[in-house]
Design a protein around this ligand. Structure first.
Ligand code: ATP
Ligand code: MG
Length: 591
């Protein structure tokens, strides 16, 4: 079957859409989460469902024929799905899950690239009251197995190739996994193995379905963290999170009804779901989804040709765009672009300055974590950017810099003091558990503060500045140094494309800083350049903070979500155990 043969959903009565009337300034002062909740459509008897808020509310509001999803295939295909299409297809998927015996709370894992079936499965899973758990398609068999076991996956949606390569051999170890829906299987299914053809099964179902029966605190999403600091944790989120998804999409990313919106993050990670699916749809935008991998020219072409208004990406991609140079942009008109934002790693000041110069507008840094479910701190559209700062807490978010006390409490620190970034609990998208590790979950809290594990400081004007992850900070000659500041200084040098810094034990200083540097094309790694870079850092940072050692690398090790893995640089340098490599980018993790 082809997508074009899908039956069209009828347009519903063209009632006046419930437009979201959020005035930024008013939100800062008169904010309440109850008011944000009241902006949602909701369900009878106090029910709430993420997929209903993302899709069906817009159908009911008269936007049935608007494009919800515009899919760009890696081989040049192009498919459009209206809000009505997505509503009908996700209804079918929810009906299918029920026929397969799935009950609310069951986990449905999806292991595919960025293809339309992923989006249909995600929304349908939520409608059925089951839990959507995305798995990044480039994971090797072992990380896939670990996640299928940990999540106790009941149904898996994948492709034949991914099934053969990564799942088949381990099916015996997955007693909870009863059916596997293959998106490209056209023949009949096989009841013995549970392998079923996704499309055929979907088309056997009705596109009609009553409103979802989910409650606000029902489990909705299971997201594994990136594994930057150790073994990935499975963070549990509930339907209530959609209140924060919609609100932050509007306030931090400026997504407006009818916008064309592109989030480059893969839905295998939290950003690709919270802001690659839910937040933009819950604000009535059109999602652009590109199946292909990063390519600077392709990306600029998409921004121009699709007339993207809002673009959400990551520092790792921005660094690659910077590396590709302005030549990749030549001849492109990005006139439709109104807002650009970044998340995942610190956004170095150099990247903000570059984007202003080359793209004509700045990237806006946003800070959040898998655990927080939604953006917490951001450079919102109305806020003057201080390059290098993460911005300020959003309405409804109280952030503080704290120090843990030995009695389990925390002290709140004054401005301009470095400490741990903490958030006062009470926002709806905060995770509700680490699946199977409630003790660890409990340890994230001190009283009513959630402790992020990131170090930061707040300036006197209320801007937050990222210092580093608690694990990556080093102590040298009495100074506490976060990698961000050292790395940002080196990035200002025209030869430097990427840099990661670690602490190395030293007899006199306690630790010294060693920097690992990847160069831009056209620069040769040699002793002269090494000395030049160390000297460059010394003039900017002073001798106490500048790296003492510097090593060139072709590429720095990164997680599959694009974060520099300093713990791996450290382990290799100091001959320590390498630790969990399940999310390492590249061949090492493919085994
Ligand atoms: P793990 O928890 O498994 O070690 P992870 O923390 O990288 O992995 P995520 O939840 O994907 O997993 O990432 C959140 C972290 O990413 C934050 O705690 C922070 O360290 C970093 N981060 C995200 N956005 C920013 C930002 N704007 N500036 C600085 N750091 C950021
Ligand atoms: Mg983390």
């Amino acid at each position: 079957m082809t997508w074009t043969t899908l039956p069209k959903m009828p347009e519903s009565g063209e009632s006046t859409p419930q437009l979201l009337n959020l005035d930024h300034a008013a939100m800062q002062t008169g904010f309440s989460w109850d008011a944000a909740r009241a902006e949602l459509a909701g369900l009878p008897n106090g029910g709430l469902n993420i997929a209903f808020e993302a899709v069906d509310r817009w159908v009911a509001a008269g936007f049935a024929s608007r494009t919800a999803l515009r899919w760009l295939g890696k081989n040049g295909e192009r498919r459009e799905f209206s809000y009505a299409d997505l509503a009908g297809l996700s209804n079918r998927f929810a009906n299918l899950l029920e026929r397969l015996g799935v009950v609310p709370g069951d986990r449905i894992c999806v292991l595919t690239g960025r293809i339309p079936e992923l989006y249909i499965a995600a929304l349908g899973t939520l409608k059925a009251g089951a839990v959507f758990c995305p798995l990044f398609s480039a994971f090797g068999p072992e990380p896939v197995r670990v996640r299928l076991v940990k999540s106790q996956a009941r149904v898996l949606v994948t492709t034949t190739l991914l099934y053969e390569r990564k799942v088949r051999a381990q099916c015996d170890e997955l007693p909870d996994l009863r059916q596997i829906l293959l998106t490209d299987l056209l023949a009949d299914g096989d009841d013995a193995t549970g392998l079923l053809p996704f499309h055929e099964q979907l088309m056997m179902e009705s596109a009609e379905r009553g409103p979802p029966a989910t409650r606000p605190e029902d489990m909705a999403l299971l997201h594994f963290t990136s594994g930057t600091t150790g073994t990935p944790k499975g963070a549990v989120h509930v339907h209530n999170a959609v209140i924060a998804h919609r609100l932050t999409g509007r306030l931090a990313l400026d997504v407006r009804l009818g916008d064309i919106y592109w989030c480059t993050a893969d839905p295998g990670w939290v950003t690709g779901v919270s802001y690659g699916i839910i937040a933009p749809l819950a604000n009535g935008a059109t999602l652009v989804v590109d199946e292909a991998e990063f390519d600077a020219r392709r990306w600029y072409a998409i921004l121009e040709q699709e007339q993207v208004n809002v673009w959400y990406t990551a520092p790792t991609a921005i660094r690659m765009l910077m590396k590709a140079g302005a030549v990749a942009l030549q001849g492109r008109d990005l006139g439709a672009l109104r807002f650009m934002a970044s998340v995942g790693e610190p956004l170095n000041p150099e990247a903000v300055i570059w984007s202003r110069e080359v793209l004509g507008q700045p990237f806006h840094d946003t800070w959040w974590q898998t655990e927080t479910g939604a953006i917490m701190i951001a450079n919102t559209p109305g806020l003057a950017i201080r390059p290098g700062s993460m911005g300020q807490p959003l309405p409804g978010i109280e952030a503080a810099i704290v120090r843990r006390r030995t009695d389990g409490g925390v002290d709140i620190l004054a401005s301009d003091t470095e400490g741990e970034l903490a958030l006062r609990v009470g926002w709806p998208s905060l995770f509700r558990d680490y699946l199977g590790d409630s003790d660890r979950y409990q340890r994230c809290f001190a009283g009513d503060w959630y402790l992020s594990g990131d170090l930061a400081r707040r300036d006197a004007d209320g801007y937050f500045w990222f210092v580093g992850r608690a694990d990556d900070v080093i102590k040298t000659a009495g100074h506490l140094i976060g990698p961000f500041e050292v790395e940002s200084a080196l990035l200002e040098h025209p030869a430097v494309a990427e840099v990661g810094m670690i602490g190395k034990p030293d007899e006199f200083a306690g630790q010294i800083i060693k920097a690992f540097v990847a160069l831009k094309p056209g620069y040769e790694p040699n002793d002269g350049l090494r000395k030049e870079l160390i000297g460059f850092a010394r003039t900017r940072l002073g001798p106490a903070v500048a790296p003492r050692e510097l090593e060139f690398m072709v590429d720095l090790p990164k997680t599959r979500s694009g974060k520099i893995l300093r713990r791996l640089l450290r382990a290799r340098e100091l001959d320590l155990p390498l630790g969990d490599l399940s999310t390492l980018e590249g061949d090492a993790a493919e085994s």
